[in-house]
Write a protein that binds this ligand. Structure first.
Ligand SMILES: Nc1nc2c(ncn2[C@@H]2O[C@H](COP(=O)(O)OP(=O)(O)OP(=O)(O)O)[C@@H](O)[C@H]2O)c(=O)[nH]1
Length: 320
């Protein structure tokens, strides 16, 4: 779990997309044609460069830390919560004590605050140039776009951490519970919209499960539920999202290549489940699966509802 008042680089970084951020910062340097671009994090211990553009002229590599008392540009951005554009620092009295100006010869700075989802300051995103510059509104808007990429990632990191705090695993089947599913699936849908991924939703429900419980007992019923979870897991990717969302109900968000993949995956899960029950000497049982391809204009709730209705139709067909 990430602590907001510790440097990200000194914590577990598995959920922080440092490679993506590095590419973003390198691209910023190219677009603005500057020798240095940065993501800087602020904590009580100071200002630390999280990402530095990979240019040989850049004197401040990732990991460099400057004390909070030093008069640097990023300090002013964090303290004022505002954009800072300095066109020509050598002309301004205020910046004569800034070592970036006095020691390293930087003259221009454009930076914006980056915030955590709760509005607390994370740090800054900024560019610096040795030359005097003349940026216009387009340059500022572009920086705001880059900033929103980083803030979106901070939201994902924060959500992930929150989820680790709440119970997100169903203790019987060891897969996600409903609450975790809603959070994770929502995130996956957001991401899919941005990077054009095709997603599908499966809604899976055991047939006549009440009868099975009544006839064989609750313990056997529990084993059957575990068998359903295992069969679904065996036929989806590790990166897909699977959860037990109710007593004998399971839901799944899958990345697919074509819409036609969904019924094929559903069939494979059903076959696997029936064979598994035979092998495990569990009562014969079937499952009904409804599916829907995620359309961009539909919410997660709507998609689950459509997959649920499709599942009921499959079930009704069997009962005819
Ligand atoms: N063994 C076991 N049973 C559970 C658990 N949670 C819910 N159930 C039971 O699952 C059964 C679900 O019953 P229904 O929703 O009526 O569904 P069904 O009997 O499968 O009927 P159809 O869906 O129409 O085929 C109920 O009897 C619940 O008590 C659990 O954790 N373990």
């Amino acid at each position: 779990m990430l602590s907001a008042n510790k440097f990200i680089l000194e914590q577990t970084k598995e959920n922080v997309p440092l490679n993506k951020w590095q590419k973003t910062i390198n691209l910023m340097s190219k677009l603005y044609q500057v020798p240095t671009s940065f993501i800087v994090q602020y904590t009580d211990q100071g200002y630390q460069v999280v990402i530095a553009s990979q240019q040989k002229e850049n004197p401040y590599p990732a990991g460099s830390t400057i004390p909070t008392s030093t008069n640097i540009f990023c300090k002013k951005v964090v303290e004022s919560h505002q954009l800072l554009y300095v066109q020509n620092a050598t002309e301004l009295e205020e910046w004569q004590t800034n070592p970036e100006v006095s020691d390293d010869g930087f003259n221009s700075y454009l930076g914006m605050p980056i915030n955590w989802p709760d509005g607390k300051p994370f740090g800054t995103i900024c560019i610096m140039d040795l030359q005097k510059t003349d940026y216009d509104n387009n340059h500022i808007e572009l920086l705001a776009e880059f900033r929103s990429v980083i803030e979106d990632d901070l939201e994902i990191i924060d959500n992930y951490d929150k989820m680790q705090q709440i119970a997100m695993v169903d203790p019987l089947t060891n897969i996600h519970n409903r609450r975790a599913f809603m959070l994770l699936a929502e995130q996956r849908f957001k991401l899919a919209k941005r990077v054009e991924l095709l997603l599908g939703v499966l809604f899976i429900d055991a047939d006549d499960f009440k009868q099975l419980n009544d006839k064989y007992g609750h313990d056997i019923g529990d084993k059957v539920l575990v068998s359903i979870a295992t069969s679904i897991k065996a036929n989806i990717r590790e990166s897909d999202i699977l959860a037990r969302i109710g007593g004998d109900e399971f839901a799944c968000v899958l990345q697919i290549n074509h819409a036609e993949d969904l019924p094929l995956i559903a069939e494979k899960i059903s076959d696997h489940y029936q064979q598994a029950n035979q092998q495990l000497a569990l009562p014969a049982n079937t499952i009904s699966i409804g599916s829907v391809v995620a359309e961009k204009n539909k919410s997660l709730d709507e998609l689950i509802c459509i997959a649920d209705q499709a599942m009921y139709q499959v079930k009704a067909e069997k009962k005819r």
